[in-house]
Design a protein around this ligand. Sequence first.
Ligand SMILES: O=c1[nH]c(=O)c2[nH]c(=O)[nH]c2[nH]1
Length: 323
Amino acid sequence: MSHSNERDDDRGTERRTMNYGKEKVAVYRTYATPLEGIRPIPESSFEGRDNVLFGLEVRVQFEGEEFLPSFSEADNSKVVATDSMKNFVLHQAGEYEGATAEGFLHFVGREFLDTYPHVERVKMSATEFPFDERPVPGEDGFEPSDLVFRVSDDESAFGEVYLDRVDGEPTIAEQTSGVTDIELVKVKGNSFTGYIQDEYTTLPEREDRALYISLDVFWEYEDPEDALGEEPERYVPAEQVRDIAQVVFDEVDSNSIQDLIYRIGLRVLERYPQLESVEFEANNRTWIEVRDDLEGDAKVLREPPRPTGYQQFSMDRSDLEER
Ligand SMILES: O=c1[nH]c(=O)c2[nH]c(=O)[nH]c2[nH]1
């Protein structure tokens, strides 16, 4: 999927591709503003985060006609060094007073446009570095440490804000939020049957299989301002969407990953009327059965060989209305 890179030019085919920037800018902020006032949903216990430790890998992209001479005439007089972009992002992490990744990206993007008038558009995106609170013994049993976090390789939140100038004012042209690298295994209650049987088919139909998926989910708000988190009850936290995915997986006896992601999408659109659309990229990492001669549902499984299957699917409110 192209959320980080080259989705720029869908608003004018005559414009050439021309941008530059800095990526993989790792920035950490301690004691950022807590995210509070999130609307609870039945699928999740998530109602906010302390933001004691907040980490992002940020990508900055500058666009504007005035950068042409830097490419075509070796004239750097309008070039903001990408090293300076990195310093700018790090500095602004101390100035941002909000509580969300999207809000931070919007804040920094606006500051870039205010500081450098020849920059026409800026695209800011980021993937969160996830950290987990660690339980430590407290007065009433275990409670989350205020100080110690585990560096996690779990799923992470994603955000992107593309700012344009409209009548001179920085304006959100596009905005996407998401959660990436969710990995879930369901040990039974998944089938895959009814697909085309022809001379190329070797895969046996499965009334039940252990299903292992990795999943990226992206969403867009009807009003992109809702992504910033300034009205927390209208903000969609990545943690809740992740939790919807796992709850629907638990509840639904799916006949394919295609079926499963459609059901997850319906639930996300149902829970968040402020969203216009939701989009998926799934990968099938299902293990192969080695033994099913054991008692009950027990099986022995092994890693699948390459190649791997994938599914991409986008949905909007019309999918919900058709139900
Ligand atoms: O959920 C699945 N969808 C497919 O399209 C497919 N194709 C396949 O070989 N296994 C699977 N599983």
